[in-house]
Design a protein around this ligand. Structure first.
Ligand code: C2E
Ligand code: MG
Ligand code: MG
Ligand code: MG
Length: 284
């Protein structure tokens, strides 16, 4: 086909691109399998802490995948694959159900926060999916938070908002994730009464050295106070960052300084085995 395209004409697919496309198709196939068996799919939890009391107020559920050949793959890589291949509803339901079950099992009054993707929003189906996860687990709606990113609200604006409203009407909290990274961040606060604003980690990281980023953090914290909503500083890794976001008025923090995402006890044992056998395969 490249020859037929004529001399001097660029190949449409370079060998490199071809490899990448193949890899992607393989990943999609494997993901389809794993969503059937749930083998190697886990939910990790990261604490979100009140900045004044130091108490854990919520745990964010973060999906993890141990691929049989490649080892751990980050959600940054496979969530987009799930979104583009129609597997995201299934993946989302897995996380939602597992997160609700784990929260009921812990029974410590700490809420659980679950991310939902743009693709799950605006179809009129997510609210009943949330409802069935609550019913199946017996978790109280007040113990659940749903996180949506700003970009999730871009395309299906009104339908997406309707879905969020249905979720919030059940008594579930709704948080705006990665605040400040999307277009027209402020306008989203006008169209929906979010319960929580999560300031993107990129601002937090820079807040110590760049007065512009510190000013953004302060502006969002002030806005949160005015609106009566919690403001979470994401990605807090150092004491200096903690001091800064406290000074700027954030009410909660999340980050490696307080705890990395970690599995529940039952999964921890399974994962230790997985990591061990992976290490052995590598050594062989
Ligand atoms: P997010 O919802 O903004 O989640 C926060 C991300 O920041 C997580 O990455 C977390 O591990 C990471 N993080 C937390 N504290 C720190 C820190 O102090 N420093 C640094 N450098 N990073 C920190 P993770 O788990 O890789 O997830 C990445 C993104 O993938 C999430 O961003 C979320 O958008 C998406 N994601 C994860 N789990 C799910 C899921 O179950 N469903 C959907 N739809 N998306 C998910
Ligand atoms: Mg999140
Ligand atoms: Mg975030
Ligand atoms: Mg993010």
């Amino acid at each position: 086909a490249a020859k037929a395209a004529g001399k001097g004409q660029a190949h449409i697919f370079s060998p490199d691109m071809e490899t990448r496309i193949h890899e992607r198709v393989r990943l999609e196939t494997k993901l389809r399998d794993v969503l059937e068996t749930k083998d190697g799919l886990f939910v990790f939890y990261q604490p979100i802490v009140n900045i004044e009391t130091g108490k854990v107020t919520a745990r964010e559920a973060l999906v993890r995948w141990h691929h049989p050949k490649r080892g751990w793959i980050s959600p940054g890589e496979f969530v987009p694959v799930a979104e583009q291949s129609g597997l995201i509803d299934q993946l989302g339901q897995f996380v939602l159900e597992q997160a609700c079950r784990d929260a009921v099992e812990r029974d410590d009054g700490v809420r659980v926060a679950v991310n939902i993707s743009a693709v799950q929003l605006g179809k009129g189906t997510i609210a009943s999916a949330v409802h069935s996860a609550l019913v199946a687990s017996g978790l109280s709606p007040s113990q659940l938070e749903i996180e949506v990113t700003e970009t999730a609200l871009l395309g299906a604006e009104t339908a997406g908002i309707d879905d969020l409203r249905r979720i919030r009407d059940m008594g579930v909290r709704v948080a705006l994730d990665d605040f400040g990274t999307g277009y027209s961040s402020l306008s989203h606060l006008r169209v929906f009464p979010f319960d929580k604003i999560k300031i993107d980690g990129s601002f937090v990281k820079e807040a110590v050295d760049r007065m512009e980023s510190a000013a953004v953090v302060k502006a969002v914290a002030d806005l949160g106070k005015r609106l009566g909503v919690t403001t979470v500083a994401e990605g807090v890794e150092t004491q200096a960052q903690l001091d800064r976001v406290r000074e700027e008025g954030c009410t909660e923090i999340q980050g490696y300084l307080f705890g990395r995402p970690a599995p529940n006890d039952r999964d921890a044992a399974k994962i230790a085995e997985l990591n061990k056998s992976a290490a052995l395969t590598k050594a062989a």
